[in-house]
Design a binder for this molecule. Sequence first.
Ligand code: PMP
Length: 366
Amino acid sequence: MTSLGDLPLREDLRGREPYGAPQLDVPVRLNTNENPYPPSERLVEALAKAVAAAAASLNRYPDRDALALRAELADFLNHDTPGAELTAERVWAANGSNEIIQQILQAFGGPGRCALGFEPSYSMHPIITHVTGTRWINAHRDEDFGLDVDRALAAIDEHRPDVVFLTSPNNPTGTSLPLEVIEAIAAAAPGMVVVDEAYAEFRREDTLSALELLAEHPRLIVTRTMSKAFAMAGVRLGYLAAHPAVIEALLLVRLPYHLSSITQAAARTALAHADELLGSVAQLRTERDLIVGWLRGQGLRVADSDANFVLFGTFPDRRRVWQAMLDQGVLIREVGPPQWLRVTVGTPAEMAAFRSALTTALKEIQ
Ligand code: PMP
């Protein structure tokens, strides 16, 4: 019997665990920051038609540069942030923003180079950093999960990273970075600065996107995804906006024909229905603000959230709370700082189930 330990695996991968939140079949799944609303019947029909049309030429490779899709993504971003003035040449797409991040590290990281991030943050940033042979530096967020500019700049000055990761809104805290902080870091960093905006569409009114800064900062990259607000996690479509030269760099590392014709067709159809898909965002923001208020009303600590999830605590034994919730059919996420838990915002009915399960769990742990 051969086991993993018997294989000539890279030394630096030995003992590592694969990434993965539990995919459990329970009634209320609030653990992976998906949008709870499935596509409408009308959209399902449009997707089926588009996929059928793409199927007719599956003997051919897809458009290698996904130009039509990139032009439509640029239009969407220009709508999101008027003044961004993006075009297909400034937008790039891949299989989820995780692949986007991997391509960025393949092009700008690698052996002998380092990437710096501020944890707690999205755990795939350090994982993809390691897998691409890049060294990871954790520069830590502040106690309130924010980022003090002077401390951040001092860390960048000390380590001179080739890539800096900023996540705004941040996962798992939900907190956003003010544009001034991002701008100061973009101005000072010696290498590339990646602002991971996977949750940007959920931001509150006065939170601005880093897309505003792209024109002035050619080494800035803003990444987005259709997995969250767009309710298309199953399509696997992530994208970025940056200077055209950055995209030239990514062309050097991407695999040929990485985005299948089916993916491109599904993503373009979803974009054509953006209004419908993003229609749920207002509802989810309202529901988020309600749950933040309710959790605070229970005497819990809650991080401000610009995302579709909320981090709350603190619990001396968070595993007990998580398990007590799961026993009642509500799956949330044990992630981030040790005494905190994260809940994804679901439908009103799912949030009612969450409130009821947490009320019971809190009584149980007393
Ligand atoms: N960035 C952040 C901050 C995320 O939370 C996630 C999903 N959990 C991703 C990127 C990756 O999303 P996807 O690959 O589905 O686009």
